[in-house]
Write a protein that binds this ligand. Structure first.
Ligand code: UTP
Length: 289
């Protein structure tokens, strides 16, 4: 029988300083790619992958996030009156994406700490997904679903999403050391957060998709600080190598780093070129640039 992943943690408590001044009052995750906030694309990905519980780890000043996923009776009523039934359907679908919980991270102490903040919502021996909405992925099969497939194939080991990066960029990422290559995944012998170029064990970098065992909370509880004096998730992943085992998969799909301005614009252009309503006009417009 296949084991199921029913919960996803979305760490979204960062400051988003690269998007200031926009992120002074709008959370970075609420900036839109096409017609949906970055966070909604990530929630859609989870929902299409069979995940039912969405856990947002956020800071206390991000109220718009809650409002966005909440039912809006007033809006529904006025859309009904105006007979904008297609838009009404769109809004109603949002309420069916899953059950939402909020956990507060009091201070941005690092990604590992953000994940640890959600520990009480994960049961003993439970496996769960972690999705970083900044990494927006355009793929045929939802990226996290591809990781869940490897999780099932490897007898419920933990799995991280991987992308090859140019050697010169390895110092921006967590990088894996390959133990063994299989047809569609790798077993991992070690992970290094932001290695120096000449010390990087490979150019396979961990991007924002994970399927993890709750065993990771034991290591995260030690609150050991790593690179940048922050509690790093990558460091804690090393504790899963022995038990239950740690694998990585180069999932199919294009990944856009929407934590950066360039990646955000690139994502908007690509999602636009994928949208039946605007794609031809967008192509014309791009030719004129
Ligand atoms: P980043 O470091 O890329 O996000 O964290 P940031 O701090 O918001 O961005 P900049 O660099 O200031 O522009 C990657 C992800 O981890 C979350 C962030 O919200 C983002 O989704 N994160 C990071 C937390 O939730 N808590 C933290 O303490 C750190």
């Amino acid at each position: 029988m296949k084991s199921l992943i029913k919960k996803a943690i979305f760490p979204i408590a960062g400051l988003g300083t690269r998007f200031l001044p926009a992120t002074k009052s709008i959370p970075k995750e609420m900036l839109t790619i096409l017609d949906r906030p970055v966070l909604e694309w990530a929630v859609l990905e989870a929902s299409k992958s069979g995940i039912e519980e969405m856990i947002f780890v956020t800071s206390s000043n991000k109220n718009t996030i809650l409002e966005h996923f909440d039912k809006s009776e007033l809006l529904e009523l006025s859309l009904k009156k105006k007979k904008k039934l297609d838009k009404l359907k769109l809004i109603k679908e949002q309420n069916k994406l899953g059950y939402f919980s909020i956990v507060i991270q009091d201070e941005p102490k690092g990604l590992g700490h953000a994940v640890w903040c959600a520990r009480k919502l994960i049961k003993k021996h439970e496996n769960f997904a972690v999705i970083l909405p900044d990494d927006v992925i355009l793929s045929k099969t939802p990226a996290i679903k591809q990781l869940i497939n490897v999780f099932n194939e490897t007898n419920y080991s933990s799995v991280v999403g991987l992308k090859k990066v140019p050697k010169k960029d390895v110092s921006k990422y967590g990088v894996i050391n390959i133990k063994k290559k299989y047809p569609n995944f790798y077993s991992i012998s070690d992970l290094v957060e932001k290695p120096k170029i000449d010390e990087a064990p490979s150019n396979l970098s961990v991007v924002g998709r994970y399927v993890l065992s709750e065993k990771i909370f034991k290591t995260l509880s030690l609150k050991k600080k790593g690179f940048g004096n922050e509690i790093q998730l990558t460091d804690a992943l090393n504790s899963l190598i022995e038990q239950p085992g740690l694998f990585g998969t180069e999932f199919e799909g294009r990944r856009f780093d929407c934590g950066s301005k360039l990646g955000f614009i690139e994502a908007n252009l690509n999602f636009g070129l994928n949208d039946p309503e605007i794609k031809s006009n967008l192509r014309l417009l791009m030719k004129k640039l």
